[in-house]
Design a protein around this ligand. Structure first.
Ligand code: SAM
Length: 278
């Protein structure tokens, strides 16, 4: 049976184009169009928005995004085997799907999209965190995107929304929550994917704040947080001693006890420390 877009079911697309999943490309496909439409809806109202999708694969989420009303979708896919399937979708939605064959890490999406821009993707695990950090750490803020709606391994999703005092709290939580509102909006069992991965997944929705939550210089904050969590079990006066000879004074100026460990330090305190070190 065809979907509402008149295109064949995804199992048929995969069989026709011989898209056997490749582990090296992080391929775990979503074949249920109800589910991909539900994920697309987590991105919010897409009418009047351009959407960047990384790794469309056979196009399940792409179809969801287009059916949910995205003005235009730019889909960047590394696996050339997927291109014929994506071309069929482009034909069903004239003028609304642009496909770039290549590595998402090498493409400048802004050359192809007009704001407002949402990013929505079932990310390949091997590049997911790198892309997220890149989207969260441009020099200027606000960024080119309004929202990110991204599928991650559950454990990565938990690191993004983690609060101080938890094991999951670290660099990702600080970077994400400094400049965005982040929450987990959907959890998915391995059986939602073909082939099923070993672990559960979750969709995280991030909305860019108009300005960072607390003032700090981005590069200094990144350096502090990287150093603090690289040695997360050490007291901060030891973990951060390479950053300044008088690190204990700076910690105290920021209202942080030098004997504290990174896991206990709030986002507000990290920003205060970045200011004390700037
Ligand atoms: N969006 C599809 C879905 O939900 O069924 C596929 C998701 S699969 C987890 C990840 C996709 O990203 C694969 O199609 C893979 O080929 C693609 N991919 C992997 N690395 C990539 C990269 N560096 N740039 C663009 N696409 C990539």
């Amino acid at each position: 049976m065809s979907g509402i877009d008149g295109l064949p079911p995804l199992r048929e697309v995969i069989a026709t184009h011989e898209l056997s999943a490749k582990k090296s490309l992080g391929q775990n496909f979503l074949l249920d169009l109800n589910l991909t439409a539900k994920i697309a809806r987590q991105a919010g109202d897409l009418s009047g928005m351009d959407v960047l999708e990384v790794g469309p694969g056979p196009g399940g989420l792409t179809r969801g995004l287009l059916a949910e009303g995205a003005r235009k979708v730019l889909a960047i896919e590394k696996d050339t085997r997927c291109l014929p399937a994506l071309a069929e979708i482009a034909e069903a939605y004239p003028g609304r799907l642009e496909v770039i064959s290549g590595d998402a890490l090498q493409v400048d999406p802004l050359a192809h999209l007009t704001p407002p821009i949402a990013i929505c993707a079932n990310l390949p695990y091997n590049v997911g965190t790198e892309l997220l950090v890149r989207w969260l750490t441009p020099e200027a803020w606000p960024p080119f995107w309004t929202t990110l709606t991204l599928m991650f391994q559950r454990e990565v999703a938990e690191r993004i929304v983690a609060q101080p005092g938890s094991k999951a709290y670290g660099r990702l939580a600080v970077l994400a929550q400094w400049r965005a509102e982040a929450r987990i909006v959907l959890s998915l069992p391995p059986s939602a994917f073909t082939p099923p991965p070993k672990i559960s997944s979750a969709v995280v929705h991030l909305r860019a704040l108009p300005e960072p939550r607390f003032p700090a210089e981005r590069a200094v904050l990144e350096r502090v947080v990287a150093a603090a969590f690289n040695q997360r079990r050490k007291m901060l006066r030891a973990a951060l001693k390479g950053l300044a000879p008088d690190i204990e004074d700076r910690l105290e100026a920021a209202g942080i006890a030098p004997t504290e460990r990174a896991e206990q330090v709030s986002l507000e305190q990290f920003c205060a420390l970045a200011r004390a070190l700037a």
